[in-house]
Design a protein around this ligand. Structure first.
Ligand code: IVH
Length: 718
């Protein structure tokens, strides 16, 4: 800082204005060096002084706070992030096939869904699965206007400025048939050669060295300074699309050809196939060339070629039914098992975890691997099969680990010839390492076999479970309460500030009445305490799906949470149904639950278990007192069957049962397996029996399959 600094108290408004402008510029320059270039030029303490001075001046002259003031940027520090972009069409992931049989099953499943004959010809495209990061690039009237990363699939980061630096990507498409609105999706990647050169350059300059081309591509794209991105050799392959005003073809490969015509890079190894056998042959061909391609791929993606079929097939939770990724075999490495820890999860499951001598597998350093459960550790699989020749795992063993894609590393083999003489069998604990309660293994009622998972019987009294439940509750996919990290939860629980989930929402009020305030705790201050209270307050208004997921019920993940929310639409409805399902496992509410998009017995059972527990109901009731749970908008609100409960029965001739169900749900209807007074519509095909009788007796409207298509406005049935 040059010149003499005038004390804040002595500044007049003219001087204050000039000083704020100077500080804003200086702070922004430091931020740039710190965040984007990783090269700070002042100490943290000096930087803090600048910010403090800025704040002090603003406090004295609030009218002079400029809209670009450093104090207005999100969080305590400057903006470290890109702005968010909500995807008009979600960016989903793909299901996996790991072997040829999975591909055969994929084809058969699709034919079944589409009611196609087994021998009918069905075309697919097969193309390399690029190991990069996916991107959605939006064009309006031919001009590239926005680019967003995938993020969580629903919301990504706005990286337009950076994507504009990718030379391969057209910034303006002149083609006559290019639709007004077109979101091109594809994979950004870095070639192996460019990756090696970049790392060399980085290491000479003392900069960051990347572990693999994928990380290098991701790191290069996520630069706040696009001139850095511009200096990185990023490439792209186009392979899909998001929101579009029109499509140039009615097949996947047709759109591909249009991509190429419009000037987008497409992968030359994409091919049209007409059977599982064909796809597998193409997979082998690509696999053989893998090492020579010059860029990383991790499998082959198959997609149903006809777009009308894709539409009919739709999506199953987060993956399309019409596509699958056939992965290359996992990569393996050998290392030493140095220890076995037992972790207690949120639901009380005791999971043994292998501590390994760190080893690199497929470009990633691995030091832990899951050991799943006691049986796995002792050499048995879930269905009684023998693993590793029946060998157990002991500390000191030499083991082979494998990583398949993004799957957690697994121990797949043990070399008994290298087992140390003193290696002792692992003794699985009979008591929970956290709370000392007995460890139990439930008996599976169906199979009459012991459940694979050992559980602590301590429930909410086990602090591992309370801690984990809380962490889960405030996590991103659930209540997303910023400032309530693991450390805070652990400390608050230890000091009795919170005991159960609803306590989170009464924290501010209790703090106000307390002599021992949060702001006086070590590491806290007035601002951070207030920020936490604000974040908690903001979380009161919550989507039903997040609430359901946040409860941490066994088997109920984010997708199931969303499915349930969509089905029950509002919280009262959901709770009533759950209580009914819990009270009678043969009753209609339970059957309805099992039926929701193939939810199944296990998930329904665990929901019912949860809602059968008095203390859980108390927690939920207390939570609801504090929350404002948002209703769910139906998938499609304007359809003639929105909000209606529909039952399909008899033989359907133009669509399979699963297609009928998916179609109805997409239109906002609720599909139930049984007829009751709550049913609005029975779609009956030939051979309908008891459900038809029941419908007639309770006065439910009955229509044919053709009537159904007419009702939903599809004149010619598919
Ligand atoms: S199609 C609705 N095609 O794989 C599915 N994805 O595991 C649209 N990926 O997030 C994706 N190469 O990042 C598709 N040729 C390809 C791909 C590909 C790589 C990535 C993509 C996606 C992930 C799914």
């Amino acid at each position: 800082m040059d010149g003499v600094e005038i004390a804040v108290a002595d500044l007049d408004s003219q001087q204050a204005k000039a000083e704020l402008a100077r500080l804003a510029k200086e702070i922004a320059a430091h931020d740039q060096r710190y965040y984007a270039e990783d090269e700070p030029s002042v100490s943290d303490a000096d930087y803090d002084l600048l910010r403090q001075r800025n704040e002090a001046i603003e406090a004295r002259f609030p009218k002079l706070v400029h809209k670009d003031s450093p104090s207005l940027r999100v969080g305590a520090g400057p903006a470290k992030q890109f702005s968010k972009v909500r995807h008009a069409v979600s960016m989903l992931s793909l299901g996996n096939a790991f072997n040829d049989q999975d591909v055969v099953d994929f084809e058969a499943r699709i034919k079944r869904f589409l009611s196609l004959d087994e021998t009918a010809e069905l075309a697919f495209t097969a193309e390399p699965k690029i190991d990069g990061l996916s991107i959605s690039v939006r064009y309006e009237n031919g001009k590239l206007v926005e680019a967003a990363t995938r993020g969580d699939g629903f919301e990504g980061e706005n990286v337009t400025a950076n994507v504009l630096t990718i030379s391969e990507l057209p910034k303006q498409v002149e083609a006559e048939d290019f639709p007004d609105v077109f979101e091109v999706r594809g994979e950004i990647y870095m070639s192996n050669k460019d990756f090696v050169a970049l790392n060399e350059k980085q290491s000479q300059a003392g900069g960051k060295v990347f572990a693999n081309p994928r990380n290098a591509a991701a790191g290069s794209l996520r630069q706040l300074d696009s001139s850095i991105t511009a200096s990185r050799p990023l490439k792209i392959f186009a392979y899909a699309w998001g929101e579009v005003s029109a499509l140039p073809a009615d097949t996947q490969h047709g759109v591909f050809e249009a991509f190429a015509r419009w000037g987008f890079p497409v992968n030359a190894l994409s091919e049209r196939c007409v059977s599982a056998k064909d796809m597998i042959a193409h997979y082998r061909m690509i696999e053989e060339q893998r090492a020579l391609l010059g860029y990383d791929i991790d499998g082959v993606v198959y997609k149903v070629d006809r777009l009308d079929y894709q539409e009919r097939l739709g999506f199953r939770s987060r993956t399309p039914r019409w596509a699958i990724a056939h992965k290359f075999p996992a990569e393996k490495a050998t290392t030493v098992l140095e220890g076995i820890d037992i972790q207690v999860g949120r639901t009380g499951a005791l999971t043994p975890v292998a501590r390994l001598l760190p080893v690199t597998v497929g470009g990633v350093v691995v030091s832990n691997a899951t050991l799943h459960n006691r049986d796995y550790l002792e050499g048995r699989g879930q269905n009684g099969e023998v693993l590793r020749g029946g060998a157990d795992l002991r500390v000191g063993d030499t083991v082979t680990i494998q990583r398949a894609g993004d799957v957690i590393p697994q121990i797949v083999d043990v070399d008994l010839s290298k087992r140390p003489d003193d290696a002792a069998p692992f003794v699985f604990p009979e008591r929970c390492p956290i709370c000392g309660s007995h460890v139990v293994r439930e008996l599976n009622e169906k199979t009459r076999k012991l459940d694979a998972v050992s559980r602590c019987s301590g429930g909410l009294q086990c602090s591992a479970q309370v801690v984990e439940r809380m962490k889960h509750f405030v996590s991103r996919g659930a209540f997303d309460i910023e400032g309530m990290g693991d450390k805070v939860i652990e400390a608050f629980l230890a000091d009795g500030l919170i005991e159960t989930l609803p306590d989170i929402f009464t924290l501010a009020k209790r703090d106000a009445d307390s002599f021992k305030k949060i702001r006086d705790r070590e590491g806290w201050g007035g601002t951070s305490a207030q920020n936490l209270f604000d974040a908690i307050d903001a979380a009161r208004s919550v989507e039903l799906a997040r609430l359901i997921y946040g409860l941490g019920i066994r088997h109920v993940g984010e997708t199931t949470g969303r499915m349930l929310a969509r089905h029950y639409a509002w919280v009262g409805n959901f709770i009533t149904a759950m209580k009914e399902a819990a009270a009678d496992r043969e009753g209609q509410a339970f059957v309805e639950l099992v039926d929701i998009d193939g939810l199944g017995d296990a998930v329904a059972g665990s929901l019912a278990d949860f809602f059968a527990e008095e203390h859980n109901l108390t927690v939920v009731d207390n939570l609801l007192q504090e929350l404002d749970v948002q209703d769910v908008e139906a998938v499609e609100t304007g359809s003639p069957v929105t909000g209606k409960t529909v039952v399909f029965t008899g033989k359907l001739e133009k669509m399979s049962r699963s297609e009928a169900k998916a179609m109805a749900e997409r239109l906002g209807a609720k599909v139930s397996g049984s007829v009751s007074a709550k049913t609005d519509l029975l779609v009956a095909g030939p051979g309908a029996g008891s459900k038809l009788k029941k419908a007639e007796s309770v006065g439910v409207e009955v229509i044919s399959e053709d009537d159904w298509f007419e009702l939903i406005g599809v004149s010619s049935a598919p």
